[in-house]
Design a protein around this ligand. Sequence first.
Ligand code: SF4
Length: 220
Amino acid sequence: MRSATLPIRKVLRIVEEEVGRWRQPAVTRVARINRDAFRVLISTMLSLRTKDEVTSAASRRLFALAATPQNMLRLSERQIAKTIFPVGFYRTKAANIRTVCKQLVNQFGSRVPSSIDTLITFKGVGRKTANLVVTLGYGKPGICVDTHVHRICNRWGYVRTRTPEKTEFALRRTLPRSYWTRFNSLLVAFGQNCCIPVSPHCSWCRVKPYCARVEVKKSR
Ligand code: SF4
C-alpha cells in the first residue's frame, strides 16, 4: 500500500542533493565508466551479498582479464573464482558466470538480452539483477529493488510490503516513471550513508519531516 502523504518528488529531490556528497554504488560506477550490459550483468552478479568496495575491486580484476562472454569462457571456473575472491559465494558465482556466458554465446549471439523476462531465466540472475541490466545497461525503464530500496520505501511508508519483489511491483504502480532508472542508485547511496539498516541517522536526515519511520525502533 502506498502512503498518501509522502511527497515523493520532493523527497527524491532531497535524496538526489544528499547523494551528490557520497560515493556512488559499485555497479553504478561500472555503468558510468562503460555502459555495457555485460559488465553491468557480471558486476551485479558479483555484488550479491558482497560489500561495495570488494565488488568494485573484483569487477576491475575480472574485466582486466575478460570483458566479453567469449573471453570469459577462455578462463576456467577456478581462475574466475581466484580472480573474484573474496566476494561472497565466489565459487558459486564463478560457476554461474561461466554458465551465463555459455548461454550468451550459444543462444544469444554473445549479446546480453534486454528483456527482464529473458534475463531471469539465467542461472544466478534474479529480478534485481535483471532490472539493473535493463536500466543501467540499456537505459530502459525498470526498477531494481534490492535490500536498500525495499527497506527505505517501507520506512518512508511509501509501500507496505514484505518482500523486495512485492516492493518492485508496488513501485511499478506508483513511482513516477521519470525516476525508475535512477531510483536504485539514489536509494542505495542513501541507504549506505544515511538510512542505514541498523540505527539509521534520523537526527540529521533531511527526509525526516516526510518520513513515517515505520518500524524504526532505534536511530542515531
Ligand atoms: S528519517 Fe530516518 S528512517 Fe526516515 S529516511 Fe531518514 S534516516 Fe531513514
